[in-house]
Design a protein around this ligand. Sequence first.
Ligand SMILES: *Cc1c(COP(=O)(O)O)cnc(C)c1O
Length: 387
Amino acid sequence: MIPYGTQHITEQDIEAVTAVLTSSHLTQGRAVPAFEEAVRAFCGTGHAVAVNSATSALYLACLALGLGSGDRLWTTPNTFVASANCGRYCGAEVGFVDIEADTGNICASALATRLEAAARDGQLPKVLVVVHFAGQPCDLRQIHALCLPYGVRIIEDASHAIGASYEGDPVGCGRYSDITVFSFHPVKIITTGEGGMAVTQDGELARHMRRLASHGITRDPAEMQGDSEGGWYYQQIELGYNFRLTDIQAALGCSQMTRLQDNIQRRAALADRYDQLLQGLPVQPLRRAVARQSAWHLYVVQVAGQQPATQRARLYQYLQAHGVGVNVHYIPVHTQPYYQSLGHRPGDYPAAEAYYAGALTLPLFPTLTESQQDRVVSLIRQWSLQS
Ligand SMILES: *Cc1c(COP(=O)(O)O)cnc(C)c1O
């Protein structure tokens, strides 16, 4: 089976992990700060906080921005459920903004309309979570300009997009947002097994997220009530969690970071090749927006035809039956039973639902060979001839 995405592990990765296993610290050692520094420097931002998943990073980002019950968080329906769930963990109400059908990203003009209406009704969100779908950045400049007058804070869920760039700036630089979150799950661009990171230009937000990731405990006398009682002393000053990344994972992350650019170049070359090979077939790749460089986490197509949902289901079945592990990104979050139980309904975000009906994710990962790719394309051609 050719999977839709998978990790790439080298001898260098294995040696990096082994070195930690035989060292003094499996956690809270030197590999975590080294990994944070590698990502921080790559993004050209101020601060980086490593945690055990992007889900944890999104939750901490919301907490650090002060999201709580009575507040609202908006996100896109075309995402993994974690982009919305982080609002629910904080007790906030979750709302959605519809997408641009041809990129799968949140639609800036839909956002403009919703913000105006929400301002009129006194129902503005405190936080907007944008998702760089498939690795292609959203229209950050415009989204930021729309949110600024209303004081809406922006979190970039860049789980798909480490290494992507927007108008020449790396995703994570923080020019148009408060906090950016990366995922290091094995299907993503680089991996630590499980893992995530929050990056920000704001030192206070970073400090707060770091404290929350480790029980709400501080060892900094400046943050304590009263005086420190000695070198052993710490204080818990708020309720936090254990969301720490281990040094074993961070060592893998550091090693993976050294190949990030090569990895993305390879993904981009394969994506270009798909674009060429798929010409004339009844599948339409996502539009590539100008001045944006995708990290190519996913290669997504829309299955064309009168009844895209039926055609998509048939093509999915056909490819699966022939050993190609295609997938679908994403089932619109507002249609999930949990979100329906909160009052959301199918039909609420028609662009996301129409997009979902025809969406199919083809295999894309750095070790995908051209002959495997040729096989995927020739299967699509065979299917189109018989259907
Ligand atoms: C994978 C993913 C997440 C969650 O990442 P984890 O590291 O598995 O918690 C969140 N948002 C999006 C868009 C994702 O693709």
